[in-house]
Structure formats: C-alpha cells, structure tokens
Design a protein around this ligand. Structure first.
Ligand code: ASP
Length: 439
C-alpha cells in the first residue's frame, strides 16, 4: 500500500508537533510520501510563518529594511531544528532567500519558502528524499495550474523514489518562476501527489478529527461525520465548511482515491473518510448542514415569462456583463430570482437593474437583501420520504420564515434561504430535528 500524508501548519508549528508527526509516520510503513505545510500557529495569537513571509516581503518590495522580520522567521525554524536535535544548518538557504527578496522575486516565491524550508527539515528528520515541487508541479505562463503536465512530470519524478517529502502549496512555471496555490493550498499538493503515485489513501492530518455535521460556533459540540462522498463535500465546502481546500478533491476524485481527514493531536480517532461512492448510509438522514450569510435576491416578474424564449439567458447576460456570478436561480411560472453575493452586487446594483429593464422589460423587479443560504446535504435524502417535510416543520416551530427553497437536481441537497437574522436559529432547528431527536 502507498499512502500520501499531508500535515497542516498547526501539525508542524513546533518541534513538539514534529515529534507527533514523526510518530504517526513511523507507525505505518505505508506512509511513504509526506506533504508538509509551513509552520502554523503554536497558540491562538501566534502568527503563521506564511503570514510572516508575506509581511517581510512587503517590506523588501518597498526597499525597506527587513532584517528583524527575517530574523524572526529564522528563529522559528531554528527552534524546530534545535528541538529535534538535527544536524542541519539553514543559513545558506536563508542567505539565498534574503538575496532573492532583495531582487524582488515576488510574493509567491516569498510565501512558498515557508513550505520549502519546512520540507527540508522534515526530509532531514525522517531521512526521506526531498523533492522540490518547483521541478514537477507546473503552472502555465498565465499562472494557472497545469494538471496534465504536472501529472506527467511528477509521476516520472517519483517513479523510483520509495519515500519522499514534497513541500505543499507551490510549484513553478516552465522558466522556474515560483507560483503558489491559494491559501491552504498544501491540501491540493497532497491530492496531486496522491494522484501521481496512485496512492491507496490520501491522509490529510490537521487539528480536528474530521468534519462535523454543523459549525461548532453555532451548534454546541456537534457530532462528527464518519464518511462523506466527494459530491456531498463539494456542496458543504461551497457553503463554507472549511476543513479542506475546495480544490483538493479534484485530482483524487477521478482516480477514486479516498481522503481520510485525521487529527495529529488525536491520532487514534478514525476521522472522516471522503469517498467517491459508498453503500454505507450516514448515521442520520442528513450528512451535514452548512451555510453562509450575505446574499441578495433579485426577483423579476413578467406575465407569460414561461413562454418567452431566451428570457433567462437575457437576464443572466446582464449579470455576466457586470462580471457577477450568480449562485442560485429559483424560478416560478412568471417569476425568476437570481441570487448573488450581496457584497459583489451592491456597487453595480443600479446598472444591473437598468440592464435587466432594457433586456427583458419586466413587469416588476425587486430586491431582497441580507439573506442567508443554508444547505442541508445528504446522499440518503433521495431515498427517504419526508425529509423536506421535517426540515420545514422544524423551521416553522423555530419561527423561521423560509424565503427561498431550491433542491439540487442531484437530490442530495436542499438549499433554504432565510433572513440573515434567522441563520443561527435555522441551523439549530435543522440539526436538532435530524441529529438530536433523530426522528
Ligand atoms: N502555508 C500556506 C497557508 O498558510 C498553505 C497551507 O498551509 O496549506 O495558506
């Protein structure tokens, strides 16, 4: 068996955490490919090394002195090296980094050094080969990740490497210019490596024991999710559940490689399994609930809209012209609503309204603002009667007025729009009816 193990920043924030990670890796000899993040927070008010690097580079870019800031970063790594009693000197690496900062190598390069240096330490600590992703994770000239070329280069590079450390978060263009993924992007690297070596499992080690059914800031001590499909996860992460980077599922999904989210601080927990398909029913009818505030709904009415060919396209074209993506589009016979992120829409509001008037001459247009969307997600909903009935009965009991309902065609989610003020109460009511009372 071959496993890829990715460790997040908090799992590698100090020498003490490195020791835990070392024990986890040594406990299973299939854990052969390691993807480290940069050192994260050691305590609540601490700063991640990635953020220290961005701040330090911002000074370098303005030709300000950044010695003190760089010294702080060096200290973070030296503490880890000393704590692990490694015979490793990063001074030549830091000399090169300082030089490149002065030459304005770019903020992507700067941020990537967090993972790069942690990778060198990790490889030294484990005795594994260090593989620089700049060699094999490829971005095109526009800075867009090239999945196909990367797969070719990386699978070749790792072909005869038994055990390797591949730092997360970055790769490079053909000319060597370093490019990072978006924040949290080491999750994507883990997934890319898992695909390249055709891993049996991609273990993603973090500081929580997997996904929770609902946000713990809203629900006290929510239950965990044992197993979730990629499709369900996609719905939940779109709505703001943030344990794993949203793009991390794409490389492994097609390959059928499962992801196991694990907790470095509690390695005995099974965590959450993310899989392509499963015949296992979730414990409750629903798998999870997630949501976001801050949506606006533009409601358009026009008699005989249903028979006017091209109506929807003309409306959406106005949004496209103003570069606004729409999130949902529930419709009635003579009504159509377009839901958008309020913060993106607000500045262009009047232009869009007049655009719609010109494009389709509606009878009426109004806007509802300050809406929240809640996704109730579950692969088992499709085959069960009464799920929607229970959701809406629970919301009525909690005095929550439902403003919008949308069921995805996959029938694995029901999206409910409520006012921002009702957001928490709605989630509590839905969680309670499915998980606590479990009827
Ligand atoms: N270190 C990077 C960040 O803080 C990438 C990662 O940890 O995944 O976003």
């Amino acid at each position: 068996m071959k496993k890829v193990v990715k460790f997040g920043g908090s799992s590698l924030a100090s020498a003490e955490q490195f020791v835990k990670v070392g024990n986890i890796i040594h406990a299973d000899e299939d854990r052969r490919y390691v993807v480290p993040s940069a050192p994260g927070k050691r305590f609540d008010k601490d700063t991640k090394v990635t953020d220290m690097l961005y701040a330090c580079y911002a000074l370098a870019e303005k030709d300000h002195n950044f010695n003190a800031e760089m010294a702080q970063i060096e200290k973070r790594y030296q503490e880890i090296i000393d704590g692990l009693k490694l015979d490793l000197d990063l001074t030549p690496e830091f000399d090169k980094i300082i030089d490149n900062f002065k030459k304005k190598a770019g903020s992507n390069y700067a941020a990537s050094r967090g993972e790069y240096l942690n990778g060198i330490i990790m490889a030294n600590y484990l005795g594994y080969e260090f593989v620089d992703p700049a060699e094999a994770i490829r971005f095109n000239e526009a800075g867009v990740f090239d999945a196909e070329l990367t797969h070719k280069l990386l699978s070749k590079r790792l072909e005869n490497v038994e055990r390797a450390v591949v730092p997360g978060f970055y790769g490079a263009m053909a000319d060597g210019t370093v490019v990072t993924f978006s924040r949290g992007g080491s999750d994507i690297t883990g997934s890319i490596v898992a695909k390249a070596i055709q891993a049996d499992v991609y273990e993603n080690w973090t500081d929580v024991s997997g996904f929770l059914i609902a946000d713990p800031r809203i629900i006290d001590n929510p239950k965990g999710i044992d197993i979730i499909t990629y499709g369900e996860l996609r719905e939940l992460s779109y709505m703001g559940a943030t344990v794993l980077h949203e793009d991390a599922i794409f490389p492994v999904r097609k390959e059928g490689i499962p992801i196991n989210i694990r907790n470095t601080n509690s390695p005995e927990d099974e965590g959450t399994w993310i899989v392509g398909h499963t015949c296992q029913k979730s414990k409750y009818t629903i798998t999870g609930i997630a949501g976001k505030k801050g949506f606006a709904s533009i409601n358009i009415e026009k008699d005989m809209m249903n028979s006017e060919i091209g109506f929807g396209r003309k409306v959406l074209q106005v949004f496209e012209e103003y570069n606004i993506s729409f999130e949902h589009m529930p419709s009635g016979i003579d009504t159509l609503s377009v839901m958008v992120h309020q913060s993106e829409f607000v500045d262009k509001e009047q232009n869009i309204l007049s655009g719609i008037n010109k494009a389709v001459s509606p009878d009426n247009v109004d806007i509802q603002s300050d809406l929240a969307l809640i996704a109730v997600v579950g692969r088992c909903m499709k085959s069960q009667r009464g799920t929607a009935g229970r959701i809406f009965a629970a919301l009525a009991h909690a005095n929550v007025n439902v403003r919008m309902i949308d069921q995805g065609s996959s029938e694995q989610n029901i999206i409910i729009g409520v006012s921002n003020d009702d957001f928490e109460a709605a989630i509590q009511a839905i969680y309670s009816i499915f998980v606590e009372t479990r009827i």
